[in-house]
Unconditional design. Structure first.
Length: 379
């Protein structure tokens, strides 16, 4: 792909992220690329034994262990444990495709989607013929509940914590929205891929959804937390009576994920429960502080997501066009994400902000942010 501004405007975020995969200063994608901790390196030393365990143990048992270790780590104690209640996928994007196809196969209808959010969600929904209605974050979090669930929608899709803003749907607000969805027979779908970074999202979503009586689907993702070279699983959980052909479409796409990855997820979740998750939170907070301190005195720059805890940070560039800044950074081998594509219903709203990934070695992050500082001061 050419780095020219016209082509960049047409690219989706994943295409832009792919440009950075071989760069030493890749601050674009939100995947975990930090160095392993000492405890995590010891898990890697166990790989021969873990491979043997994966080969010897029934896959159903390995799935139950991985689901339990990961979801209990995040205090999701009421997740469905019955047969088929949690479908294991290669990634959260595959889970999203299964949900999108299931909505289309069961009659379609408009889908209300939080705005802004990562653009592969609207792309997958639209790609399956679904019409989208934006729900602004302020409305979703604080507006009248009836406005958070627009009239005549078939499904409300919420990313919490959101990417790129980090905003978390509070327990009381989720309960109110779920009750509204139940009253109007609207499917409530949640993408909680960044849940692990923010303890404010560790209340038991599954208990809230179950008690509301609504039809619900939740997408979980292990791939954002641990630097396992993208060895990960996505989880697609759903309640009884959801009325969507999720299991059938899951079987259309895959038989199952690698049992070796299931064992790896279990071990990393166990390490996280033993203190690794707290260490990760501290690591991300330190990297966020590094970004803010380095850019704090740059004229016009601000940080709109003051309470964010997820592993990405938005930077408002003032009156500087983001795509110009992005192009100059790329010329120096530094990659971040322009924010226009996150605003899938109104890209111009993201034209003067960018997103920096924080799950990186501090030295590389420091070099990238110093390069950004130099570009901004010269702009």
């Amino acid at each position: 792909m050419s780095p020219s501004t016209p082509l960049l405007r047409e690219a989706n975020l994943t295409e832009i992220e792919s440009l950075a995969l071989s760069s030493q200063l890749n601050m674009a994608d939100g995947h975990a690329r930090q160095e392993l901790t000492e405890a995590q390196r010891s898990i890697i030393d166990e790989l021969p034994d873990l491979f043997g365990k994966a080969a010897a143990q029934p896959v159903d048992d390995l799935e139950r262990e991985a689901h339990g270790a990961y979801l209990h780590l995040l205090r999701q104690h009421s997740y469905p444990t019955g047969p088929g209640g949690v479908l294991t996928c290669y990634s959260s994007s595959v889970a999203m495709e299964i949900l999108s196809r299931s909505l289309a196969a069961s009659g379609g209808g408009p889908v209300a989607l939080v705005h802004p959010t990562f653009d592969n969600i609207p792309d997958l929904l639209r790609g399956n013929g679904l019409r989208l209605l934006p729900v602004e974050e302020d409305v979703l979090h604080h507006g009248p509940v009836g406005e958070a669930v627009p009239e005549a929608v078939r499904c409300l899709f919420v990313t919490t914590p959101n990417n790129p803003t980090g905003r978390v749907l509070a327990e009381e607000r989720l309960a109110a929205i779920a009750a509204e969805c139940a009253a109007r027979d609207v499917v409530l779908a949640l993408d909680t891929s960044f849940r692990g970074f923010d303890t404010r999202s560790h209340y038991d979503h599954y208990a809230v959804l179950r008690d509301s009586g609504c039809r619900w689907v939740v997408i979980e993702d292990t791939g954002k937390l641990w630097a396992t070279l993208d060895l990960k699983v996505g989880l697609l959980a759903y309640g009884d009576g959801v009325g969507l052909p999720l299991a059938k479409i899951h079987s259309d796409i895959l038989l199952g994920v690698s049992p070796f990855i299931l064992v790896l997820v279990t071990r990393f979740a166990e390490d996280a429960a033993a203190g690794g998750l707290t260490d990760l939170h501290r690591f991300v907070a330190d990297n966020r502080a590094l970004v803010r301190a380095t850019l704090a005195d740059v004229p016009g720059v601000s940080f709109p997501d003051v309470d964010a805890r997820v592993s990405v940070e938005r930077v408002d560039l003032g009156d500087r066009p983001c795509l110009d800044v992005w192009t100059r950074l790329r010329q120096g081998g530094v990659y971040v994400l322009p924010c226009g594509q996150f605003h899938w219903a109104d890209p111009a709203r993201g034209d003067r902000s960018l997103r920096i990934a924080l799950a990186r070695p501090p030295g590389a992050l420091d070099a990238a942010v110093r390069a950004l500082r130099a570009v901004l001061l010269d702009a």
